[in-house]
Design a protein around this ligand. Sequence first.
Ligand code: UDP
Length: 252
Amino acid sequence: MARRKKIYEGKAKILYEGPEPGTIVQYFKDDATAFNAQKKATIEGKGVLNNRLSEYFMTGLSTIGVPTHFIRRLNMREQLVRACEIIPLEIIVRNFAAGSLATRLGIEEGTALPRPIVEYCYKDDKLGDPLVTEEHIAAFGWASQQDMDDILSLALRVNDYMSGLMYGVGIRLVDFKIEIGRVYDGDFQRLVVADEISPDSCRLWDIETGQKLDKDVFRRDLGSLTDAYTEVARRLGVIPKSNGHSKPTLIN
Ligand code: UDP
């Protein structure tokens, strides 16, 4: 069998050339990193859960008309996606203060924000993904004004969809990060939600107890990350609610 061509290996995923032109295979690894990769671990089952959860969120978004790069899931750890040019920005949407915003502005974690706040970070690991403003984005040509209008609208639609979905299963969407890609259809360029949406890139707190069900469990040593992600997947019905075993069955 011919070996696939690896395009890129990141902290949590590997990208391979897809079977048709314009497609890419995203392979979800079990690796977890935090604090710009200063903290690292392999967490059994994380890749499988994130592959399923990202499929679930991306599919849901496309049913409400939000364009994404997702085509279909291939197996336990891989999904086929449209190749796109990633805009070098991390788009962060926040509903409650947490993490770097809480630290930067001295706001207590968990404080409800008066409205969703959208922030942009320049994607560069060497620089630690610094916070940037629309002035920097325009001046350095990372995205046009039209792109920025579209990105803001996509980010807020993803926030509405994800907040509602999570609220329905007793989870508060505190904040999340998305990445946006450009795809070309003939002469036209479109922006799509790309990369992944998973508990690696969201803050998810149980509404009743405040329990963290996201990557902060790993960042802050709060217990088993797999158990937290499994709980999210179970509540959403992405994996069976209960199968009588303590370990989840991750069906293909
Ligand atoms: N986030 C992410 N990747 C990053 C930085 C942030 O997925 O490289 C997510 C993070 O999980 C959280 C949100 O973006 O849901 C806001 O993160 P924050 O700026 O508070 O940074 P952190 O406290 O994680 O350093």
